[in-house]
Write a protein that binds this ligand. Structure first.
Ligand code: FE
Length: 174
């Protein structure tokens, strides 16, 4: 008998006990798809959740901003990876400008002020945010905070409001 070619055989053993289920989101990077995927934070700012990791304290989402000016000033407790998908944005504290295709790393501890320039009608950026961030005034005084749990609360409220039920958010929670 010829040697069995195992290269195309799926893994044959059970996955480990305690393993969390995977997440698959069709057309996740489609910025012009179903509007119900977008959770409004304000009239001009929405996000599309991809992963809400309550077990590890991070989240991955696409942030969409349809207004210009200062969006927020905040201080991070954890690292952030930012992949710009559409439009432009920058931080007042840095001289670079993020455009579609660009990547930025935001180090834990940094405070910065996000600005969308006047000539940008819409920016969309995939943010992987670990830990939380605190909204601050220019001198660091705390004004509020955001983390995976505030995001989840927003997502649950959104799906409840559009009639899919708060539990619809569970597909993003791990
Ligand atoms: Fe940031």
């Amino acid at each position: 008998m010829a040697d069995l070619d195992v290269s195309k055989i799926a893994y044959q053993l059970p996955q480990p006990a305690g393993m969390l289920p995977d997440i698959f989101i069709s057309a996740a990077m489609n910025l012009d798809g179903d509007e119900r995927d977008w959770v409004a934070q304000s009239p001009d700012v929405s996000f599309k959740p991809l992963v809400l990791s309550v077990s590890q304290g991070y989240y991955v989402n696409i942030l969409r901003v349809r207004s210009s000016g200062v969006l927020s000033r905040h201080r991070h407790t954890g690292p952030v990876h930012a992949f710009t998908l559409r439009g432009t944005w920058h931080y007042l504290e840095h001289d670079w400008v993020a455009r579609a295709g660009d990547y930025a790393f935001e180090p834990p501890g940094e405070t910065h002020t996000l600005v969308v320039p006047d000539d940008c009608a819409e920016m969309a950026t995939l943010f992987h945010v670990t830990g939380g961030y605190t909204y601050v005034d220019p001198y660091g005084a705390a004004l509020g905070y955001e983390d995976v749990f505030t995001k989840l609360a927003n997502v649950r409220k959104h799906y409840e409001a559009i009639g899919l039920g708060a539990g619809y958010a569970d597909r993003f929670v791990r």
